[in-house]
Structures are given as C-alpha cells and as structure tokens.
Design a protein. Sequence first.
Length: 330
Amino acid sequence: MHDFTDFIAECDRAPRLNELASFFSATAAGRSGMPWRRPDVDRRLLRRDPLVTKFIHLHEKRQGPFDQHYLSSIPYRFEEEVRLGTAILHYAEDRIEPLKLYSLGTAEATMARTISELADGGVISLSCSPNVENERSFMAYGTPPYATFFCGPFHHLTPALMSGRKDLRAFSDGFDIIMEDTTFQMYSPNRTNQIAFVMQHLKADGILLLVEKFRHDDVDEYRRREQQKDFGFKARYFSNEQIQAKEDEVLTRMNDNEVTLGELAEVLANAFAESYITWNSGNFYTVAASNSARNLKRLISKMGRPALPREYVYQALPHELFAKQMPVAR
C-alpha cells in the first residue's frame, strides 16, 4: 500500500491552495475574469446527433462564472466538452450497472452534472473543487439526483474518506472513468504521485482522461501556440488587459508545473497498458489511458472527429501514445 502522507502535505503547500487561491475564488464568484460575452458553440464542428443538441442546451443553462471563464480561455474547449460528454453518454448505454464518473477539479462541474442529468441514472458522477463558490454554482439549480459535489481538493478524497462518508460511499468501489481537467498543473509537476493517488479510485478496467497544458521542447513553438490562443481565440471574449493580467497572475506560475507529453507518457507507461491522445488544441491535449484496450478503444470510437478548426491541431488524432504487447497465453 502506497503511503501518500508526504504527497498530501506537498499538495497542501501547492500554488492552487495558496498563492493562486484568491484568483480561483474571485473567478469562481464572478468578481473577476469574466468574459465580455458568454462562450458559444460552433455547431458546424459537431456531428448531427439529437443528444448533442440536448447537451449544449443543458450545459449552457448550468454554467457558472468559472466555466464561462474557462470555456472562453481555451480554444474550442466548449465543443470538446460536448464531444466528450456525449461520447461518455453513448459509452454508458446498455450497461447493467450505472457508469461511475469522477470529474476531478472541474470547477462547478458543469460537464459532469450535464452528463448525469441527461443519463437519468445511467451515469452517477462525483466532482470536486476546493472553492465553496464552485459548490454554490453547482447547487444553484438544486441538488441533482445523480451528481455529487465534494467541496475540497482532490488529494483530500482518500479511500478512507470515501468509504466513511455516506454521501461518497457509493463511489468507494471505484470509477469507470476519471477525468482530470487542468488540475495537476496547478499543484506541481509530480505526475507520478498525482496519477498514483488518483488511480486508487480507478477500477481495474477503468479509463483515465487527463486534460492538460503541456510544455514543449521548442520554447518558441510553445509561445507561438500561446499567441494563437490569446489573439486568435481569447480576444473574442477578453480584453488585452484581461489577457495580460491572467498571464501575470496565473499562467507564469502554472507553467512551472507543466510537463512534456513525453514525460507524461513515461509515467503512464508504468501504470497502464495503452494510451492515446484524443484531443489537441495548441498546447492543450487530452490523453486517455487504460489497462483495458477494449474499453479504451470503445470510448474513443464514440467520440467522432475532433470539433475544432485544423489550424489549432498539431497532432494526428487519435494518436497512439503507447501500447504494450501483452504476453501470449500458453
């Protein structure tokens, strides 16, 4: 059994809960960082599916202040939440037991709540954030019957806590899908222990999804993609002053905790049999990993094409990060 005592203490000292705490609190409350108009979806990029229309409509109704900031900050992230969210809903179809989804550090958890509401019992979700402002946004439309919110950082959700608390006990046997969304990079570059800690909650055949901003070996290329994001996309929603203020207040500190795709692949290869890149937008990527090749390929097959213009994509998708050769039974 892994002893995470030192890791938990490391997380408690991390920027997310200390020097960046005021930024996250103010943004989650809508006191700062708000786009001058709400994020919108380019429906032309998404496949024609009645579920897509329902997902967009409910997601837009449930968004709180932080999600409006977040979806206006990353190029075509809203479209990707629709693409991935509907893929998870289709993946959950025809199951005997409800699919269990853990959305780790996703602010007011709009995506997870939307999935659970539309699944109507087919997907039960747990989401977490250390900000009470995000919890208030999550609860603003009443307590959803199939979605739960834990107000606290991800590293406080230990197996002992989950099995000991009545509202979390339903998740103590593990999750079918865990999605980390730009959270680890707010704590440290310690992906080895971050992933090991989260894997305590993942079923043996479950899928881990990691949405992260990655460092690039070529610093100039990294900066070029950042300029594309800021001036080709974010400028639709934020003033130049707002963009620069976030760069100064948050992004410079966050960059210290980013890792490269190669570094993440090395960590994942020590824990999983197979991994794919399923989405890319500039310096942002989604990486999916699992010890069940069948489940991983099945979820990816439900996603359809990435929903963003080609000029933001720097990676053929889906792209196999690694796949281990399994021993042949004799």
